[in-house]
Design a protein around this ligand. Structure first.
Ligand code: GLY
Ligand code: MN
Length: 471
């Protein structure tokens, strides 16, 4: 494979060619909690990382006609004592394969030389964004005003599909998180805790030199879609939902969800709903081919789930009407997935522009309005496929929804299912070019068990989280 530094140089040249103007990119800074060394967790800005590979907080990169100058903090006298030896800015630039390095203090003058022409992008760090706005003389705010349209569009065009290096990173990220999921399945016990499993996942990823790609969701209350807390014990009869991913060394994300019974056996209702979600997950994955409209995958999932819910007397057909009205969305209240790359919801900081093709906008139905993407899939895009079914009290007890969907939703029957929580099965899927293996989708998370028999065999088959963490 071509050296990564050469790949990044080509990315920078492509960006300059697309926008035809000098570009100034800034990395995030660190954010102290009370003193600089005690800072909130630092993560490089993904666009900065993509074009430079530089993970230094507060660094800037000036791109002019394809050539790059990186602005870095020079070593300080106390560095060796407090932080270890810091190489010169030139040595650090050379390691990244970047042509020119200058001290950060020279950034203002360098930017001044391109006054009026400089294009730049907002980053999550407000102080850096304010500095970029001053240097470029443009209004910037993260994420509301991400930057000039020409630059945003060029970044989207380059970052939306993956090159060979990126695919290798994404396979690594999925492998790592997948191994973490398998460990959690083995470590699950009645009498254990959400907290124990969450800690085990974090420890497993950290021990391999990586970080999680988002705050892991480990919950027996999976009906809270992004449940952030871990207060619950694991009880006999609970379904556990684990939505947890890791980053690769280069910062690429995986995003994997599995749901399994704490006691190792799906009961009748759990099995019925799980089988519907699994069938939808598998059918949607087979649809992930170049040229396929992603929104149609979402509605295919909705239709399959609605059919199954009719068989279980939770919905009353015709199925097309249930999809059209949004009634099915009361049990599937989110979109079927999103782009994934250097960010979990990749490029979402640029709003809907990266993931909605021109002229397309969000569907209006309940649930479908959370669909994060409506593109025709292209080779080497990576997307998630994550259908789910949920018994959400806040939805099922909502008076307005009960009045609106009383004909189509069997609220009385749904009441009997409450407490089951939520089921989501999420995989990361690469769209293959039609010339490679017939264009069959590549499931990066394909080694994480999801079939009932394999889950039931694995659950509880290894040391518990508490045993592992106390060892
Ligand atoms: N893993 C969380 C999400 O996709 O929204
Ligand atoms: Mn996801």
């Amino acid at each position: 494979m071509e050296a990564l530094s050469a790949v990044r140089a080509r990315r920078r040249q492509a960006l300059c060619a697309l926008v035809g103007a000098p570009v100034l990119l800034g990395n995030n800074g660190t954010r102290p909690r009370n003193l600089p060394i005690n800072s909130l967790p630092f993560r490089s800005d993904s666009t900065f990382l993509y074009f430079t590979g530089c993970t230094e907080p507060g660094a800037f990169a000036l791109l002019v006609d394809g050539a790059c100058t990186i602005f870095l903090a020079p070593p300080e006298p106390g560095d060796e004592l407090w932080h270890g030896e810091v190489p010169s800015i030139h040595a650090r630039a050379e390691r990244l394969g970047i042509e020119h390095a200058r001290p950060l203090g020279e950034l203002g003058d360098a930017a001044e030389a391109h006054a009026g022409r400089l294009l730049t992008l907002a980053v999550p760090d407000p102080a850096i964004t304010a500095r970029l706005a001053r240097l470029s003389g443009r209004r910037l705010a993260y994420p509301a005003s991400p930057g000039p349209r020409s630059l945003v569009d060029a970044v989207i065009q380059l970052r939306r599909t993956r090159d060979a290096h990126e695919l290798a990173e994404m396979r690594e990220a999925a492998e790592l998180a997948g191994a973490g999921h398998r460990m959690l399945m083995r470590a699950t016990r009645v009498g254990g805790s959400e907290r124990g499993l969450a800690a085990l996942f974090e420890a497993f990823i950290a021990a391999r030199g990586a970080v999680t790609s988002y705050h892991p969701i480990v919950t027996v209350r999976g009906e809270v879609l992004h449940n952030p807390d871990y207060p619950n014990p694991l009880r006999d009869g609970d379904l556990l939902l684990v939505d947890a991913g890791s980053e690769s060394v280069g910062g690429y994300a995986s995003d994997i969800t599995r749901t399994w019974p704490v006691n190792g056996r799906f009961d009748g209702r759990q099995r019925a709903l799980y089988s519907l979600v699994l069938a939808a997950n598998e059918a949607c994955i087979t649809m992930c081919r170049a040229g396929q409209r992603y929104r149609d995958i979402h509605f295919a999932a909705t239709r399959m789930l609605a059919e199954g819910l009719c068989d279980l007397s939770l919905l009353r057909g015709p199925v097309d009407d249930l999809v059209e009205s949004g009634a099915a969305g009361l049990f599937f209240p989110h979109g079927v997935g999103h782009l994934i790359g250097l960010d979990v919801h990749d490029l979402e900081n640029f709003g809907d522009r990266p993931a909605y093709a021109a002229g397309r906008s969000r569907p209006l139905q309940f649930g479908a309005r959370y669909l994060r993407m409506d593109l025709d899939l292209e080779a080497d895009m990576v997307v998630t496929i994550e259908p789910g079914l949920y018994l959400v009290p806040a939805i099922l007890h909502d008076r307005a929804l009960r009045a609106r969907f009383g004909e189509q939703v069997n609220f009385e029957e749904a009441e009997r299912w409450l407490g089951l929580g939520g089921i989501r099965i999420e995989d990361d899927v690469r769209i293959r070019p039609p010339t490679e293996q017939g264009g069959e989708p590549e499931v990066l998370s394909g080694r994480v068990p999801k079939h009932i028999a394999e889950l039931e065999q694995l659950i509880g088959s290894g040391p518990s989280a508490e045993e592992r963490l106390s060892a």
